[in-house]
Write a protein that binds this ligand. Structure first.
Ligand code: GLA
Ligand code: ZN
Length: 681
């Protein structure tokens, strides 16, 4: 389990992981020999194989063809390359669906998905579960003691391309799950508030999945269905994992996560992080105009956090462009290495890619790879080989842990609830708040851990809560305890509003956060599209710059909190906009409007000072400095995402590992470059 001191590592891998998804079944066997030669040339240490190979491994029900996989694993082994072996259960063969058409999932609108892509699975289907268990068992029996086997890669990215099925089998399974969560139909009626709009149920059998309704469906039913869908996927994962543990003891089991908030929204990774032996993640840059390196850092920090701070492994990213966005730019020279090493700085024990050799056929032939269509006389190949060599110089960091300065609370369940329909403003987006608060901390050069709202926060001087709409009473007590004991808390608007059933907490907003924040909110007053409000420091308060907010305002009544900025216009004009509450040994800030960029930076800078964290003023914009520390020493990563050469002050001399040069008190980091210093002492 990753929450122990040291997470299990891939068996027999004594270096950082470097390699990718390897799909040799797409190529004649002569190419395999060329592949392993090039893998050795590039310094590849591990590849992921067999993820989509069910139709080849079991061409007919109960008839197996393992010959090709035997030869492949032997070839990898003699070449010193470790294998991350997939269970191919994300891609059942055509014959399976002919026999069990009901295992194809049903959309919310009642459309039956077809075979011919991947991931078309009703995870409640008993025949699917039996067939998946069987192929997993066959693989485990055959390869448990194969010398190339380093770890198991179960399924692929649970939760995408779809996470929920709405079929009748799922309805039965959902009713069973509801019994486990609520106990009785009366309890479900209470939790879902079915007195509203006459939705009362007499028996659990009357309850269906939240299929498409004429207007807004019951929010608590939708929230429970999201939980049920996540739990169903997790049941499937743990069933395979348990088979692998039983038949192949000692081999770590993982499944590749997609913690980046825009790439898989349906999985509660806090729960999944406890189920895998080793947390692994896939990450792709979303080129929608946001700063991709900041979003990458955030995904890596979130992945480390679901691993409980232990090392994790980046199992997929891309060498250059992907092919599933509307526009897929190539990576700039050096960008791939900056991406890879930012993941490593933030806790990954290597950098792996999708995929090794670019496909000629199929849906992903225009997705970049380690060996591109252009061949080895190409920039991508040269950068891949250089990265392999660089990673070979960083072995010492294995087992060290990233050092964080602050924490941000994140809860997938709160996000699901907050994303439902008919909220005060469609312009409020919890994901946007998380991104914006994260970017502000990133720009102050603070390294951020993510934490579940009920987790122990005492290690962090500063905790930021971007928008935590759903918050339990325990969360309220936790945050109060945290502040009373000396922590500094920053909470955004629309936090602490509902309980786990999406029911509004009794009394004025913000429910369970009233005490800690020292205020109540009498009314929400979201702004019109494009409308802004001005915030000024009130008379008697220390002077500050005027700030501008948009999207949201609250009518705040202070009950112990002091007003730091107040609304100069808008409906709450003259009332508090940003407040600060001293409670016990700590301080709790409340930000009742949407602040971004320099406006948010100003508030977070004050909170940082309250938290006693020194300002990192000497570092240039877009220069990422992150530390990993452990028994083997302290390592400082400096990644220059900017177009200008820069310098980073070191608090101890050391050795720069990629160039081999000694590093004194100032480390030069050229534009676009990465430097890794092992600090002395
Ligand atoms: C995901 C999948 C891979 C591949 C890549 C392409 O991460 O796991 O099989 O489709 O996306 O970006
Ligand atoms: Zn189903």
């Amino acid at each position: 389990m990753p929450h122990s001191e040291s997470a299990p590592t891939p068996v027999g891998l004594h270096k950082l992981a470097f390699g990718g998804d390897y799909n040799p079944e797409q190529w004649p066997e002569e190419v395999w020999h060329e592949d392993v030669r090039l893998m050795r040339e590039a310094g590849v240490t591990m590849v992921s194989v067999g993820i989509f190979s069910w139709a080849l491994l079991e061409p007919e029900p109960g008839r197996y063809d393992f010959g090709w996989l035997d030869r492949l694993l032997d070839l990898l082994h003699v070449n010193g390359i470790r294998a991350d072996l997939g269970t191919p259960t994300v891609a059942p063969p055509a014959w399976f669906y002919r026999a069990h058409p009901e295992a194809l999932p049903l959309s919310r609108d009642g459309v039956r998905y077809a075979f011919g892509s991947r991931g078309a699975i009703c995870h409640s289907s008993a025949p699917y579960r039996a067939a998946a268990a069987n192929i997993t068992e066959q693989l485990a029996r055959r390869y448990a003691s194969h010398p190339a086997l380093a770890m198991w890669h179960v399924h692929n990215e649970y939760g995408v391309p779809i996470s929920a099925c709405y079929c009748d089998n799922c309805a039965v399974h959902f009713r069973h799950w509801l019994t486990g969560r609520h106990g009785s139909v009366d309890a479900v009626n209470e939790a879902w508030g079915t007195a509203f709009w006459g939705q009362r149920y007499n028996t659990l059998d009357e309850i269906d999945p939240p299929r498409t309704t004429p207007t807004v469906g019951n929010p608590a039913q939708q929230l429970d269905y999201a939980r049920f869908a996540d739990a169903t996927l997790r049941e499937n994962f743990t069933a395979e994992r348990d088979i692998l543990h039983r038949l192949a003891p000692g081999i770590p089991v993982t499944t590749n996560f997609m913690t980046a908030l825009s790439q898989c929204e349906s999985i509660d990774y806090w729960a999944w992080g406890r189920e895998v032996d080793l947390v692994t993640n896939d990450h792709y840059l979303i080129t929608d105009g946001r700063r991709t390196h900041v979003n990458l850092a955030m995904a890596a920090d979130l992945t480390r956090s679901v691993a409980g701070g232990a090392p994790w492994l980046l199992l997929e990213h891309s060498t250059s462009g992907v092919n599933w966005q509307p526009r897929n730019p190539a990576k700039r020279p050096g960008e791939m290495a900056r991406n890879s090493l930012s993941h490593v700085a933030r806790g990954s024990e290597g950098a792996m890619f999708f995929q090794w050799r670019q496909s000629r056929r199929g849906a992903e032939k225009f997705h970049s790879a380690m060996v591109p269509h252009a061949g080895t006389d190409s920039r991508v190949w040269r950068e891949v080989s250089a990265l392999g060599a660089d990673l070979g110089l960083l072995d010492g960091i294995r087992g060290t842990r990233t050092v964080a300065d602050a924490a941000m609370l994140w809860d997938w369940q709160s996000w699901w609830a907050q994303s439902l329909e008919w909220r005060p403003s469609e312009d409020h987006d919890a994901r946007e708040r998380a991104d914006t608060y994260y970017a502000s901390l990133y720009d102050q050069h603070l390294t951020v851990d993510f934490a579940h709202p009920e987790a122990d926060l005492s290690a962090y001087p500063l905790v930021v809560v971007p928008a935590l709409y759903l918050a339990t009473e325990e969360t309220g007590r936790n945050l109060r305890r945290y502040v009373e004991n000396g922590g500094t808390l920053v909470v955004s608007y629309f936090s602490g509003i509902v309980d786990a059933d999406d029911a509004v907490h009794p009394g004025p907003y913000p429910g369970v956060l009233r005490d800690v924040l020292g205020l109540t909110v009498e009314e929400f007053s979201p702004l019109g599209e494009g409308e802004t409000v001005r915030l000024t420091t009130p008379e008697g308060a220390p002077e500050g710059p005027d700030l501008t907010g948009d999207v949201w305002t609250d009518v705040v009544i202070p009950r112990g909190a002091e007003t730091v900025w107040s609304y100069a216009d808008g409906i709450p004009a003259g009332r508090p906009a940003v407040t600060r509450h001293q409670l016990g040994k700590g301080t709790a800030w409340y930000v009742s409007t949407r602040l971004s960029g320099p406006h948010l930076d100003t508030v977070l800078d004050r909170a940082r000072a309250d938290a006693g964290i020194a300002a990192r003023t000497g570092l240039a914009h877009d220069v990422e400095v992150v530390r990993r520390a452990g028994e083997s020493g302290t390592y400082l990563f400096a990644i220059n995402h900017s177009g200008a050469d820069t310098e980073v002050a070191l608090d101890a001399p050391g050795t720069e590992l990629l160039t081999g040069k000694p590093a004194a008190d100032r480390l030069a980091v050229p534009a676009g470059a990465v430097r890794v210093v092992r600090l002395d002492g």
